[in-house]
Design a protein around this ligand. Structure first.
Ligand SMILES: Cc1cc2nc3c(=O)[nH]c(=O)nc-3n(C[C@H](O)[C@H](O)[C@H](O)COP(=O)(O)OP(=O)(O)OC[C@H]3O[C@@H](n4cnc5c(N)ncnc54)[C@H](O)[C@@H]3O)c2cc1C
Length: 467
């Protein structure tokens, strides 16, 4: 069930006042002080224009916001950092969770329990203090909730431990009926399965409890090569990865960052190929394993070294402040020599590519294994994620989209049949069935029907309730 939300009317001030009287956080209408700060998102080319924003401080606030949305037949949307929005949320109730950012670490039990608004840098800081690490992503400012519910592909520890969603012990979630549920494998097996991979489709998660791993240090960083040497580096990296242990995670990125001074890169004016590595083991072993990459070509910068886990975000060195961009990804089911040649044609030194980042993450290992408690993550068995990022203002969006399409269409012969929901673009909102595959989507749609029959949580890569 979808609807045209642009037809929804404004929330009246007296209606907002009734809600505000029951909420400990703030209730904001367009024009209110704070509304503009709360609707800002990470991609400067997008923005939210909801009818109402509830800045929640507690589960009770989330319940009140969901009940309000239900009473007014409005869609509701949880937002923590705004790293991945779909549409502008016209007429919707946005539930901003960033103030629900508690992080509690149980060092003996090797778990963390975090609020829906926690971001990875804060979690890593607290877990590292007791020598533990979560399955965090590349960017320190990404939110734990959206990342984990969308699978959560950790470029530091994922190959040996799987998706972040595989290690969720329990979730607290407010469903469309306004009920707060503590969900785990025993209490609500279907909802627990669907939430871990099905993302924001089933309710507003207020807290997550997940496993931590004893990883105080990494041997990691990036080798930056001149872009002109891309062929040598790409072929060396592709041949090297399958022979490395699961404790080694790696990706390759073609970077054209000149003219993007806001990006935190070490070398601005260059066309570079970066090979990122994260090895969970002794530095001496890491050095030995990385040697063939160092031999691929002379690096212009080599940051690969022993580091505390708290420095893991330096490996990808991504922007932490909002930037204007368009990005989209596909999975590859294989990456043979012909595919390498095609990628060189599309993004290499002789191409006309203007993409700021073309990133290929190699997967395998635990990413392919079903976790102890199965979940809705759809991408097992697909060995690579290919991401294209175009940078520029919204006025250039048609060209940005075209340049990403050129890359991904060019790799079509090797495209996998499913995709990672975390990397989907806003304009792929209608693609959920294709993302998950028919069987998984059918099960998701049945769970959706049971918990959100009116499709209140539809401002996402939407799973529609089963008929
Ligand atoms: C620079 C950058 C680097 C990234 N690196 C990685 C990476 O290494 N690995 C990876 O897997 N992904 C990565 N991502 C993708 C990222 O995981 C997604 O963008 C994710 O959705 C961000 O979650 P968020 O909570 O920060 O964002 P938000 O935009 O706040 O939320 C995104 C969506 O998640 C859902 N959601 C958020 N909070 C809740 C909640 N409390 N309850 C229910 N649903 C909720 C909603 O559907 C919401 O629309 C990266 C993204 C960026 C921009």
């Amino acid at each position: 069930m979808t609807s045209d939300d642009s037809a929804l009317s404004s929330v009246l001030p007296e209606e907002a006042a009734v809600l505000a009287a029951t909420v400990a956080g703030s209730v904001l209408l367009p024009g209110d002080e704070g509304y503009d700060d709360e609707r800002a998102v990470f991609n400067l080319n997008h923005g939210l224009e909801p009818a109402l924003i509830v800045v929640a401080l507690s589960e009770a606030d989330v319940q009140a916001a969901v009940a309000f949305a239900a009473g007014q037949h409005r869609p509701a949307l949880a937002v923590s950092t705004g790293h991945q929005m779909v549409g502008r949320a016209h007429g919707a109730v946005v539930i901003a969770t960033h103030r629900m950012d508690d992080v509690a670490v149980d060092a003996a039990g090797r778990t963390a329990r975090v609020g829906a608004g926690a971001i990875w840098s804060e979690v890593v800081k607290k877990t590292a203090a007791v020598g533990l690490a979560p399955l965090n992503g590349s960017n320190p400012t990404v939110g734990v909730a959206g990342y984990t519910l969308g699978g959560g592909l950790s470029p530091t520890l994922g190959r040996s431990h799987g998706y972040a969603a595989d290690h969720v012990r329990s979730l607290d979630v407010v469903t469309a009926d306004g009920e707060l549920r503590h969900v785990d494998a025993r209490s609500d097996p279907d909802l627990f399965w669907a939430l871990r991979g099905g993302k924001g489709n089933f309710g507003v998660v207020t807290a997550l409890e997940f496993d931590l791993f004893p990883v105080p240090r990494l041997y990691g960083g990036a080798l930056y090569f001149p872009g002109e040497r891309m062929a040598d580096v790409l072929r060396a990296w592709t041949a090297w990865y399958p022979g490395t242990p699961e404790t080694m995670v790696s990706s390759i990125a073609v970077l054209r960052l000149a003219g993007q001074p806001e990006l935190p890169v070490p070398l601005h004016e260059e066309f570079l190929v970066a090979v990122r590595v994260a090895y969970n083991g002794q530095a001496a072993d890491g050095e030995r394993i990385v040697a063939p990459l160092r031999a691929a070509a002379p690096a212009v910068l080599d940051t690969v070294a022993d580091m505390p886990y708290t420095k893991a975000a330096t490996i990808h060195n991504e922007p932490t402040e909002p930037v204007p961009y368009y990005e989209r990804s596909i999975m590859l089911r294989e990456f043979p020599a012909q595919a390498q040649d095609r990628l060189l044609q599309l993004a290499g030194p002789d191409s006309e590519s203007t993409l700021v980042i073309v990133e290929l993450r190699a997967l395998g290992g635990a990413w392919d294994r079903e976790p102890a408690v199965p979940n809705a993550v759809a991408t097992r068995g697909l060995p690579y994620v290919l991401l294209g990022v175009a940078g520029g203002p919204v006025s250039d969006e048609p060209q940005l989209k075209e340049s990403v399409a050129e890359l991904l269409d060019g790799m079509e012969p090797w495209r996998g049949d499913r995709r990672l929901v975390n990397n989907l673009a806003p304009d792929e909102a209608g693609d959920a069935a294709a993302i998950y595959g028919a069987e998984r989507y059918k099960r998701l749609a049945a769970v959706k029907k049971a918990y959100d029959p009116a499709n209140m949580f539809r401002l996402n890569h939407n799973v529609q309730p089963a008929a």
